[in-house]
Ligand binder design. Structure first.
Ligand SMILES: Cc1cc2nc3c(=O)[nH]c(=O)nc-3n(C[C@H](O)[C@H](O)[C@H](O)COP(=O)(O)OP(=O)(O)OC[C@H]3O[C@@H](n4cnc5c(N)ncnc54)[C@H](O)[C@@H]3O)c2cc1C
Length: 431
């Protein structure tokens, strides 16, 4: 890190996957001085799994943490290594089809392990904890200033808000753009989550004469107004389970403002929600004695991610429903592109406002499309797609190819487009 006067000072607010990934790439560049402010006393993630598509895995590699990621990531064993999920009927476990991405399939990791890898790579002194951003001020052409709840402030050249779906900085960006403010909205879907020791699940399936293949390969069970996913984490020692239930009786469902989005719940409540489903699902859920219940929220598509020298990334910009396993991956794509732009020495000669505008122009259309199609995926899985409904042949052919555009995205083309729009010199050797 360079602390000379010409260094560009970048402050990142929020130490989740998106913020830490960005900070650790930025702090490798000599012309950047990076600070990360996290509201919690330490980095932390929930004890659950997260799955990454091929696009996210490429972003992770581009951020320089590919080897560290692969050392902790799970991959389905051959000959099923290219399968993202197998799709099954919830009522009887009948096979409907598979989604396949050659070379990646399902790449998943325990969240806390992944954040640990990111945090370990971050040099000491970059992160400051117990720093809750409460407000931002910036005047045209001036450096933004963020104020924290302890009364301290930080001034920088570029401020990146990676502070999640409840972002404290999003209002500043939207009001700066003259746009209406956007609050998280409850989707009507809640999710029961749990982790199962894979040997426990294997034994339970064996005892009931259920094929152990369902433990070996990521599964998605579909039904009316519900679906359940399973995939391995911790090198296959644990199976991550998320069981979604949707109430579509209200057009604009509301989650009480004073009620937590995550709470412990009972196994009997979860089993009751899936009482009409088949044995494979029942035995799976019976292996989760203490599930938690999550109220799933997302954001409406924003009209902009950038105001002046302040930019939103990750869930602060585009929190989405988890139905394509793509939310964190979109945050990693944001981090990858911003790091390539800010990390280029030409960034020092470029007005930060112009650079951030290009980030917005490149990233927002794609992130919005992933957001939109994540909601649509939930409708499809739960037999509520207006065209397909529960028509199985159409479901299986749609599911076979509907994610290809998300996974096959060319990040380097994004970078080339951004550089062209910035009138920058030819691309330096790829990092
Ligand atoms: C049930 C479920 C399953 C999911 N599964 C997947 C999946 O399989 N694959 C996938 O890609 N995505 C998945 N997602 C989405 C994914 O979890 C999120 O997109 C991702 O974690 C967002 O990362 P982030 O860094 O943007 O935000 P966050 O993880 O929310 O991090 C924000 C950070 O900012 C800090 N912070 C908040 N406010 C402030 C403040 N005012 N000042 C300073 N710091 C602050 C927080 O403490 C936190 O550390 C899932 C989501 C859910 C709910």
């Amino acid at each position: 890190m360079n602390s000379s006067k010409s260094a560009l000072q970048i402050s990142v607010v929020g130490g989740g996957i998106a913020g830490v990934a960005l900070a650790l790439d930025l702090c490798r560049h000599a012309h950047l001085e990076v600070k990360l402010f996290e509201s919690a006393p330490a980095f932390g993630e929930v004890g659950a799994g997260v799955s990454f598509g091929a696009n996210a895995v490429r972003a992770i590699e581009g951020l320089g943490i590919g080897a560290a990621y692969q050392a902790i990531a799970d991959r389905t064993q051959a000959p099923w290594q290219d399968i993202w999920f197998e799709w099954r009927r919830g009522t009887d476990g009948g096979y409907l089809g598979s989604s396949i991405y050659e070379g990646v399939g399902q790449s998943s990791v325990h969240r806390a392990d992944f954040l640990d890898v990111l945090a370990t790579e971050l040099p000491l002194g970059i992160a400051q904890f117990d720093k809750r951003a409460v407000s931002v001020e910036q005047s045209v052409g001036q450096r933004p200033r963020v104020t924290f709840s302890d009364g301290t402030c930080n001034e920088c050249d570029v401020l990146i808000a990676a502070d999640g779906i409840k972002s404290s900085i999003r209002d500043h960006v939207l009001s700066g753009l003259g746009a209406p403010l956007v609050a998280p909205r409850f989707s009507g879907t809640t999710a029961y989550r749990g982790m199962i020791d894979s040997e426990t699940l294997r034994a339970a399936y064996r005892a009931q004469g259920i094929d152990e293949h369902l433990v070996n390969v990521p599964q998605m069970y579909l039904g009316l107004d519900g679906h359940i996913l399973t995939f391995p984490v911790k090198q296959g020692r644990l199976i991550n389970v998320v069981a979604f239930v949707s109430d579509r009786t209200h057009p604009n469902p509301k989650w009480p403002a004073d009620k937590s989005w995550v709470k412990p719940t009972t196994q009997s409540e979860m089993l009751q929600a899936f009482s009409a489903w088949g044995d494979a699902v029942r035995v799976l859920l019976e292996c989760i004695p203490h599930p938690t219940l999550w109220a799933l929220h997302d954001l409406a598509e924003l009209p902009g991610y950038v105001h002046g020298r302040v930019a939103l990334i990750g869930d602060a910009a585009h929190a989405m429903l988890p139905h394509q396993g793509a939310g964190a991956g979109q945050g990693l794509e944001d981090a990858w592109l911003l790091a390539r732009l800010l990390g280029d020495p030409q960034a020092v000669e470029t007005a930060p406002e112009d650079l951030l505008k290009i980030y917005d122009a490149i990233r927002r259309p794609r992130a919005c499309r992933v957001q939109r199609t994540s909601w649509e995926a939930g409708e499809l899985y739960e037999f509520r797609d207006p065209v397909i409904g529960d028509h199985e042949p159409q479901l299986s052919s749609t599911l076979a190819s509907r994610f290809d555009w998300v996974w096959g995205h060319d990040l380097h083309k994004d970078l080339e487009d951004a550089r062209r729009l910035l009138n920058w010199k030819a691309t330096p050797p790829a990092l």
